[in-house]
Design a protein around this ligand. Structure first.
Ligand SMILES: [Zn+2]
Ligand SMILES: [Zn+2]
Length: 308
């Protein structure tokens, strides 16, 4: 991805106020970079303050280039990936809306952005049962304080969020909730707060949509890019996955139903359901290599139309 001032070498940089060039500074001293936009340079604090009034409108944090890879271990042929360039101050609610468009999801289920706790060890089958019994006894729909914690932070939809007339049910989050997991609201959390230097960029971060089918999108920070007003989709592979298809295995089975020249009764039924009943189904089906189809221009047009 683009690096700030990639066209200039450190020695041709000049102070944004007094204009002194880096090469004419005394031995051992250097121009310092504006920590926010990373594209302006100054010889000292005084020069930076003097130039601030004029620079402020141009001084924007760089975008975050984020790659979202859906179920990377299980959905491989083709992989389903979208890479977005996202303004640093976009909220995670806005990012969620953009992801719904980029992946072709229908927005009918709950979601979160979660920072994984590297110390987490999955419980054994016996521990899992015991945790479940204690959860039922407490009745608060979350794990106990002493239970292993999977997530350090979860960024969740605002409490009053409705999806197609139904209030999102927190109980369905089940084991994702934990008394030691900090919950933040997606409409009050900005992209730089997760992926910025003071955020959690050193940790694994996932975007999960639909806690039933459990669509885990593994997020990778690919780099930074020049600031933009809106979210831009940079690239993608793979047709969007069907809602309520029964997790990654359900999607693999549906693709298989289209690859065969002689579908059996069950496969014909699966195709018909996908084309006529599925909320985000493709009426043309997934035959003729359509499972590989991804149209970048259409995604960007839809993002712009939705003001994202
Ligand atoms: Zn200066
Ligand atoms: Zn700046």
């Amino acid at each position: 991805m683009s690096t700030p001032n990639s066209s200039t070498t450190p020695s041709d940089r000049t102070c944004g106020h007094c204009g002194i060039s880096a090469s004419s500074l005394p031995e051992g001293s250097n121009l310092s970079q504006c920590s926010r936009c990373k594209s302006a340079f100054y010889c000292n604090r005084e020069c930076q303050s003097a130039a601030w009034a004029e620079d402020k409108p141009h001084c924007k944090r760089q975008n975050f280039v984020l790659k979202f890879h859906l179920c990377p271990q299980y959905i491989v042929n083709p992989p389903v990936i979208r890479t977005l360039s996202v303004p640093a101050t976009a909220t995670l609610e806005t990012l969620h809306k953009a992801l719904q468009i980029a992946f072709g999801w229908a927005g009918t289920h709950a979601y979160d952005f979660a920072v994984l706790d590297p110390a987490f060890e999955p419980p054994t089958a016996a521990e899992y049962m015991e945790q479940g019994m204690k959860m039922d006894m407490r009745g608060d729909g979350m794990l106990g304080f002493e239970d292993p914690r999977e997530y350090i932070v979860r960024v969740v939809h605002k409490p009053e969020e409705y999806v197609r007339g139904y209030k999102i049910d927190r109980m369905h989050e089940g084991r994702r909730r934990h008394p030691r997991t900090e919950e933040r609201r997606s409409d009050r959390t900005k992209v730089y707060e997760l992926w910025g230097e003071k955020g959690f960029a050193d940790k694994a971060i996932e975007y999960t949509y639909d806690f039933g089918d459990n669509w885990v999108h593994v997020v990778t920070l690919e780099g930074r890019a020049p600031p933009t007003e809106r979210i831009v989709c940079l690239s993608g592979t793979g047709h969007g996955v069907a809602e309520d298809i029964g997790s990654d295995q359900g999607w693999e089975n549906l693709k298989k139903a289209y690859r065969t020249a002689n579908p059996d009764k069950e496969q014909r039924f699966a195709r018909r359901m996908y084309e006529t009943k599925c909320i985000n189904g493709d009426k043309r089906g997934l035959g003729d290599g359509r499972e590989y189809e991804f149209k970048l221009e259409e995604v960007n047009a839809a993002l712009a139309r939705n003001g994202l």
